[in-house]
Design a protein around this ligand. Structure first.
Ligand code: UDP
Length: 347
């Protein structure tokens, strides 16, 4: 059984590292393909090192351009690659252009697609991520859902066959990274902060970075929160946000801005902070895995259970609901369940 995994962006490296280990343990052969969507040392190489991932078997070096152009170029490069590799499954993650290109190229070639993080919906079609995830789900044979809410979303769209609630693959990786990060990461010393002495923020979604007024409001909101809490807000800045702030001439003063950090430094920052501000899907969940309250810098979230159970709230929404543990993400065994489903020829 040959599984061809397609990754291209930071959150996909994290999930694929966890699932890759489970595939190997189940005796499945994995061919790792990097589309090149995230390509530099801080957004790609550091994750392969921190997560002890083998280098990809193929790198397509495709990045930049608009969403349609990037997806199109990936499709063009993937088609001959799939013909050469002849995998039994194509495995894709999340909601990026790499996800959709991988799923569509495989579907064109009649190769079954397994989608990790299937069924998530923001119900906001203005987001490129929403278009990517909806289309990928409709092309997939095996839909690997992190939560019961994701299963229900698929049912509403008429997708019932091949749907499994496996739990969240980031749960186990967050916990194991946290242990390693406490032993090895020096990020707190480098920044001159100590445990419980700072908040952590990330901002990178196109909906927040494409609009100068909106990005300015978010930066002002973070600055006000830092002043109010009297603790620094540490903001590892995604290249897209850094470029947008420079283009719009926005002031980053009052925030501790740094280059994006690797998985281990990020886990250490999550473990040490008091509060998380983010527009990232993954970071909303990681805040919960680390027991930290989150404020989501968006007008909706796919991770509705973080809100329902009082760990998260929207920056312009109502306050926190009463706090309860979240059962929906499962028991940390999502990766081995995914491997077992692929090995069993599920779907
Ligand atoms: N992350 C990281 N360094 C950073 C910012 C984020 O390692 O400087 C990690 C984060 O912990 C999470 C993943 O990247 O595991 C989330 O990726 P991102 O926010 O880019 O994408 P999303 O989850 O929104 O798809």
């Amino acid at each position: 059984m040959r599984i061809l995994t397609i990754v291209g962006a930071r959150p996909q490296f994290i999930k694929a590292a966890e699932v890759g280990r489970a595939l190997a343990a189940a005796g499945l052969e994995e061919i790792l393909v990097h589309t090149g969507q995230h390509f530099d040392a801080a957004m790609s190489d550091v994750f392969f090192a921190d997560l002890c991932m083998p280098p990809p078997a193929h790198n397509l070096y495709i990045h930049g351009g608009g969403n349609a152009s990037m997806t199109g170029r990936m499709l063009q490069a993937l088609e001959p690659l799939l013909d050469r590799e002849k995998p039994d499954w194509v495995l894709v993650y999340g909601d990026t252009n790499s996800t959709l290109a991988g799923a569509l190229a495989a579907a064109h070639r009649g190769i079954p697609v397994a989608h990790v993080e299937a069924g998530l919906r923001s119900f906001n079609r203005a987001m490129p991520e929403e278009l990517n995830r909806v289309m990928t789900d409709h092309l997939s044979t095996l839909l690997l859902c992190p939560t019961p809410a994701a299963v229900a979303n698929l049912q509403r769209e008429g997708i019932a066959a091949g749907v499994y609630h496996v739990g969240d693959v980031m749960y186990a990786s967050a916990l194991s990274l946290a242990g390693r990060a406490r032993r090895t990461s020096t990020v707190l010393d480098r920044l001159g902060v100590h445990d419980s002495g700072f908040s952590l923020a990330t901002v990178h979604r196109a909906e927040n970075t494409n609009d100068s007024g909106r990005l300015a409001s978010i930066l002002a909101y973070l600055r006000d929160a830092a002043a109010e809490e009297k603790v620094p807000i540490i903001l590892p800045l995604h290249p897209r946000t850094r470029d947008a702030a420079a283009r719009f001439g926005l002031d980053l003063g009052g925030l501790t801005v740094l280059a994006p950090v690797g998985a281990l430094d990020m886990a250490r920052l999550l473990a040490g902070c008091t509060r998380v501000f983010t527009d990232s899907g993954g970071v909303q969940k990681e805040a919960y895995f680390h027991g930290k309250p989150c404020i989501t810098l968006r007008d909706e979230t796919e991770w509705v259970e973080t809100i329902e159970n009082g760990w998260n709230r929207l920056w312009r929404g109502p306050g926190y609901r009463p706090r309860r543990p979240i059962a929906d993400y499962g028991d940390g065994q999502a990766a081995s369940r995914i491997a077992a489903l692929l090995a069993g020829g599920a779907g």
